[in-house]
Design a binder for this molecule. Structure first.
Ligand SMILES: [Ca+2]
Ligand SMILES: [Ca+2]
Length: 366
């Protein structure tokens, strides 16, 4: 699909990834061969020529004979090659000069560079926004494997191994390895280690909604010029209309508002009201242009809402998820949980708390 031209407005966000990446580069240096000559593994900073995110720094390791995509500064998180098999747990990529991929899907390392970078961004985002050490909060990095199967058009989190698997895409040359797709999958791991929301009924819809919310917040956090933040999901990867947060029904599948049958839908479609709630809470209702992307968010009750900003909205959702939701939480429970979280953070009579209530009412969760 085509994309409108996007212009960047001045950065005013509190959370940015650039500083963290630069700090990691400064800590690890770029020429570890001297220290690794004796055979000890040494941290290094490589260069990723990604498909979706431009040229980026990558946390790598020099093994003594080659570089590998193991990031010691982020819990040892690794990116492996599944060799287009389905039963292979993955083997390391090895590289001689620590420059990864060539910006095109023709180069086998490119998808690995995208995933390794986006996984690092997500690590840094969780740390900066939530003071959380990794997906599970245990300081252990995720293992990712790319090139799973043949023409596999998806990516998925596996809780048993705390790992994510990425196919090469159902559209040739469009692997699901963009910042927001990676952030979405990793957020499933965060949910699985906190609220443990189920994957059926309204809990499943909230599980999917959480992944879209944290993926979006992470994409904005990245401040990546090649893939600016937006309230769209998978816009770099998938043909056809992406999932939207301002008006979820624009994808032809998702619901804008809660209704009694929503728990029976596919969880992605059923997540519409959760996404919509987050957008309304962060940005408010009605038409607006953010970083060059046009949005127009309706409300069920015709109310006109003002946003409290993305950082506060994200903080409220995260606190609700990690402290006040559980495996069977439904939409009504999510309203209660986010109201508690807002009251915890800002006070029961704060404007932020009132706007949480108004945003839920605007998506017909009362
Ligand atoms: Ca984007
Ligand atoms: Ca996006």
């Amino acid at each position: 699909m085509s994309h409108p031209h996007r212009t960047r407005r001045p950065a005013t966000r509190v959370l940015t990834a650039t500083a963290a990446l630069l700090a990691a580069a400064a800590l690890t240096g770029t020429a570890p061969q001297a220290t690794a000559a004796a055979g000890a593994a040494a941290p290094a900073t490589g260069t990723g020529l990604t498909q979706y995110s431009g040229t980026v720094p990558l946390g790598t390791t020099y093994t003594g004979t080659s570089y590998q995509l193991t990031d010691p500064s982020r819990g040892g998180q690794r990116t492996l090659d599944a060799l287009n098999q389905t039963g292979n747990p993955g083997v390391p990529f090895n590289d001689a000069d620590n420059t990864w991929g060539d910006g095109t899907p023709a180069h086998r390392q490119t998808a690995a560079a995208d995933v390794h970078y986006a996984t690092a961004v997500t690590w840094d985002f969780y740390k900066a926004a939530f003071n959380r050490n990794g997906v599970r909060g245990d300081g252990v990095g995720t293992t990712s494997r790319v090139h799973y199967g043949n023409g596999f058009g998806n990516a998925y989190w596996s809780d048993s191994c705390a790992c994510v698997t990425y196919g090469d895409g159902s559209t040739p040359g469009r692997p699901p390895t963009s910042l927001d797709v990676v952030g979405h999958e990793l957020a499933h791991g965060l949910t699985a280690s906190t609220a443990r929301l189920g994957y059926t009924g309204e809990a499943g819809a909230l599980n999917e909604g959480t992944s879209d919310i944290l993926a979006t917040a992470g994409e904005f956090f990245a401040e990546n010029k090649a893939d600016p933040g937006d309230y769209l999901l998978g816009e770099r990867v998938f043909d056809g209309p992406p999932r939207r947060m301002d008006r979820p029904s624009a994808d032809g599948v998702s619901r804008d508002y809660w209704s009694p049958d929503i728990g029976g839908l596919d969880p992605h479609a059923g997540s519409g009201p959760a996404r919509h709630f987050y957008y309304l809470l962060a940005e408010g209702s009605g038409p607006r242009v953010i970083d060059g992307v046009a949005y127009d968010s309706p409300t069920h009750d015709g109310s006109k809402l003002l946003g409290i900003g993305r950082d506060k909205a994200t903080r409220i959702w995260y606190r609700a998820l990690t402290l006040h939701m559980r495996s069977t939480t439904n939409y009504a429970g999510a309203r209660t949980a986010t109201l508690r979280a807002a009251a915890d953070l800002y006070g029961p009579s704060a404007p932020e708390t009132a706007r949480v209530a108004a945003a839920w009412t605007a998506v017909n969760v009362r």
